[in-house]
Design a protein. Structure first.
Length: 136
């Protein structure tokens, strides 16, 4: 009986590897294909609650419906433990998608064109830094 269970496990594992395809078999350890976008924001203190409300009730729910969406977070700066922060920075927006191609499709969508301005209108400056990371 144990041999039968073992063989089923081995065959199931082999089948899942075959279904994953050669790209997955040759991928570097930790390579997930996921990306994370970081946007450093200067939110107008008088509009902070509006921005948080729009992020939680407008932007994130719309993004969550998109193919490839993984996560969206709005991080409020607590302090700089080493080095200095860019002038005016008080929030960092982090968006994770399954791939950069899927994120680009989201950015090009009519929905994104409608919901991003609800965040951007609360900023004291639209000259923000945007960084794209591969999730290792």
């Amino acid at each position: 009986m144990k041999r039968r269970t073992y063989l089923k496990s081995v065959l199931a594992g082999a089948a899942s590897l075959a279904a994953a395809g050669p790209a997955t078999l040759n991928a570097a350890p930790g390579a997930s294909g996921k990306i994370q976008l970081h946007v450093d924001l200067s939110v107008d203190p008088a509009k902070e609650q509006e921005m948080l409300h729009n992020f939680q009730t407008v932007f994130r729910p719309a993004a969550a419906k998109q193919p490839g969406y993984v996560d969206a977070q709005m991080l409020k700066l607590h302090s700089a433990l080493q080095g200095s922060t860019p002038a005016g920075l008080n929030y960092r927006f982090a968006l994770t998608f399954a791939s950069e191609d899927l994120r680009q499709k989201w950015v090009a969508s009519a929905t994104h064109q409608k919901v991003w301005p609800t965040i951007e209108k609360t900023l004291s400056s639209t000259n923000y830094t945007v960084l794209l990371f591969d999730v290792a």
